[in-house]
Ligand binder design. Structure first.
Ligand code: URA
Length: 436
């Protein structure tokens, strides 16, 4: 088999066989196929797409390119949740403890921030001492003991995806449906959970900008997951504005703690309740979503979810006092109130720009090696649909550097659109895909 012929075949719009896809994934992972040939192939995929069988072959080849985690030593049906990437998304910190406190094991693998989107690991590292670098044995032991553990993606998990993702990132080949679906599902299948709940974001802050594209991605991933024998659901959620009010690591952790104390903004509450309900349903803990929602609400009212967060933080080396006394978290040295320049209604928020605003403040990585500033970010006071008068505060920026702050002010002002006609925001949950 020759890579040249496979590039030609895809360039002409033909489907590759399973053997051909395995040849190129294995060859690339081993360094036998160079970046320039793989780049040409990926671009051909962007123009011609992949059919269902090809997408499944790509997923399985990448999942099997490294270690497939064996979680069989964990008792019960293990549930995992994965988001396609959003702004202000702190749901894992809330629903992980909620689901675990109901006895369903949550064995979760999380990522760091990617592009304009935030990552759960960076947020968790806001707790002094917290580490996601725990051994597989410790991971399994923690889940068995207290039903919740989170690790980072190890170098050995789906290494083909790791290498391909880095190449896609610099060759403008990220936003292709089959490539995204196989990238996400290869990691989820290798990570070993029985139940996979996907949060597929749609809108200005997501990789999929329209509902239709998000739905297609959701259906593809659900088909792959169920085809591989995992109970898979996808929730499609709105990302035309940040989730909740806070964007930025410590600011989001504090909002998550507020949520576990029963004070979640409505969209964040909807997201956590819906995603967690499908985790419980898939694991067979409940027989319906309304039953799940009742149980989940009780974990907040009784404080068991908050206690679970503290237990989990401590078990991974973090200081649990921060869970009960969030004022202990360090604060940025500068704050700036971004005001409405005119009166009207907030009619749009360019959410990708909002994510980038947090990034330029230092809250995300400009390069793979960048150190991130956990204290910076944005806290919104108003979101889509809110009526504003000239001079009302729309958001507060938290910064540690004057130059970065001025760049962020300009960026954020442009990202918020004020119109003259009342608008009602879209519901946060746009749809659910159970089986396709
Ligand atoms: N997240 C991933 O893990 N992979 C993609 O391709 C896009 C988002």
């Amino acid at each position: 088999m020759r890579m040249y012929d496979l590039i030609t075949k895809k360039k002409q719009g033909n489907a590759l066989t399973d053997a051909e896809i395995r040849f190129l994934v294995n060859g690339y992972t081993k360094g036998e196929i160079p970046d320039y040939q793989m780049s040409a192939f990926l671009m051909a995929v962007c123009f011609h797409g992949m059919n269902e069988a090809e997408t499944l072959s790509l997923t399985m080849a990448m999942a099997e390119s490294g270690e497939m985690l064996d979680l069989s030593a964990i008792h019960g049906m293990k549930a995992d949740k994965h988001s396609t990437g959003g702004v202000g998304d702190k749901t894992s910190l809330i629903l992980g403890p909620m689901v675990a406190s109901l006895g369903v094991p949550v064995a979760k693998m999380s990522g760091r921030g990617l592009g304009h989107t935030g990552g759960t690991i960076d947020k968790l590292e806001s707790f002094p001492g917290f580490s996601v670098s725990i051994s597989n044995d410790k991971f399994i032991e923690n889940v068995n003991r207290m039903k919740l553990a989170i690790i980072g993606q190890t170098a050995d998990l789906a290494p083909a995806d790791k290498k391909l993702y880095a190449l896609r990132d610099v060759t403008a080949t990220v936003d292709q449906l089959s490539l995204i679906a196989s990238s996400i599902m290869s990691k989820k299948l290798a990570a070993g959970s029985d139940v996979i709940v996907l949060d597929v974001k749609a809108g200005s802050g997501a990789f999929m900008k329209t509902y239709e594209d998000a739905r297609k991605l959701a259906e593809t991933m659900v088909r792959i997951g169920n085809g591989a024998g995992r109970k898979t659901y996808a929730v499609i959620s709105d990302m035309n504005q940040p989730l909740g009010f806070a964007v930025g690591n410590i600011l989001e952790v504090k909002e998550a703690i507020e949520a576990l104390n029963g004070r979640a903004p409505e969209d964040l509450n909807d997201a956590c309740m819906t995603l967690a309900s499908y985790m419980l349903l898939g694991a067979g803990r409940v027989t319906s979503v309304p039953e799940a929602k009742d149980l989940l609400a009780e974990t907040i009212r009784s404080g068991t979810a908050l206690t679970k967060l503290a237990e989990f933080v401590e078990a991974q080396g973090g200081d649990k006092r921060y869970v009960y006394e969030p004022d202990r978290f360090p604060k940025a040295s500068l704050t700036y109130e971004v005001k409405a320049q005119t009166e009207g209604f907030i009619s749009g928020m360019n959410t990708e720009e909002i994510g980038l605003t947090s990034l330029v403040l230092g809250g995300g990585r400009e390069t793979k090696e960048s150190e991130i500033d956990l204290t910076v970010g944005i806290v919104f006071e108003k979101k889509i649909g809110a009526k504003v008068n000239t001079g009302d505060t729309v958001a507060v920026l938290h910064a540690n550097d004057k130059e970065k702050l001025s760049a962020a002010i300009e960026r954020l002002q442009k990202a918020i659109v004020i119109g003259q006609t009342p608008v009602s925001p879209a519901p946060h949950i746009l749809g659910v895909v159970e089986q396709s």
